[in-house]
Design a protein around this ligand. Structure first.
Ligand SMILES: [Ca+2]
Ligand SMILES: [Ca+2]
Length: 158
C-alpha cells in the first residue's frame, strides 16, 4: 500500500522487461497492491506466468514504457505522469496538479505518510478527505480537512 517506486530497471532475457517496478511470483493470493506509484521504471508490473494474481489490485499509478506484463490493469489504475515536485532531484512529493491526489482507496491504507503526515487529507480542496496514491500525502495550502478553522498546512509546521 502507498509505495512510490521510481527509476528502477529489471532487464530480462531477449530484451524484455521483468518488472522494473514490481515483479510478482505469487504462490498464494494474499497480496494487497494498491495506492502505489510505479513510474519511470524500465517496466511497470510483471507477473510470472502461471502464478497467482494479487488478491486486491487497484488504484495504482502505473506509468512506464511497458506497464503490465501477464497482468491486467487494476480497477482504478491510472497511467499518467504522477507529477513529482522534482524527480531528477529525488523529491517524490506530489505537485498540486498531480492526478494521484485524492485518487487512492481507504481500505488497508496507512494512516500516516512517509513524512508522518496524518492521512487522508483533502488534497484537492473539494471538502472531501481521500487518500492519495503514493508514499506522500499532498498538503493543500488552502484545505481544512477537519473544518476546525486551521488550514492543513499550518498544522504540519513543527
Ligand atoms: Ca488526499
Ligand atoms: Ca478531496
Amino acid at each position: 500500500m502507498n509505495n512510490t517506486i521510481v527509476g528502477n530497471s529489471a532487464p530480462g532475457p531477449s530484451g524484455s522487461d521483468q518488472g522494473g517496478g514490481i515483479s510478482l511470483d505469487l504462490v498464494t493470493n494474499n497480496l494487497i497492491l494498491a495506492n502505489n506509484v510505479v513510474a519511470f521504471d524500465s517496466g511497470g508490473i510483471y507477473r510470472t506466468p502461471n502464478t497467482m494474481t494479487p488478491a486486491v489490485f487497484r488504484n495504482n499509478c502505473v506509468t512506464n514504457p511497458v506497464n503490465y506484463v501477464n497482468l491486467s490493469p487494476g480497477a482504478g489504475d491510472i497511467n499518467t505522469d504522477p507529477q513529482f515536485v522534482n524527480r531528477a532531484g529525488g523529491d517524490f512529493h506530489l505537485l498540486g496538479a498531480s492526478p494521484c491526489i485524492d485518487s487512492g482507496k481507504a481500505q488497508n491504507a496507512p494512516l500516516i505518510d512517509r513524512d508522518g503526515v496524518a492521512r487522508p487529507l483533502d488534497g484537492n480542496d473539494d471538502g472531501l478527505a481521500a487518500f492519495d496514491i503514493g508514499a506522500y500525502e499532498y498538503v493543500n495550502p488552502l484545505a481544512d480537512t477537519d473544518h476546525d478553522g486551521m488550514a492543513d498546512q499550518a498544522k504540519q509546521r513543527k
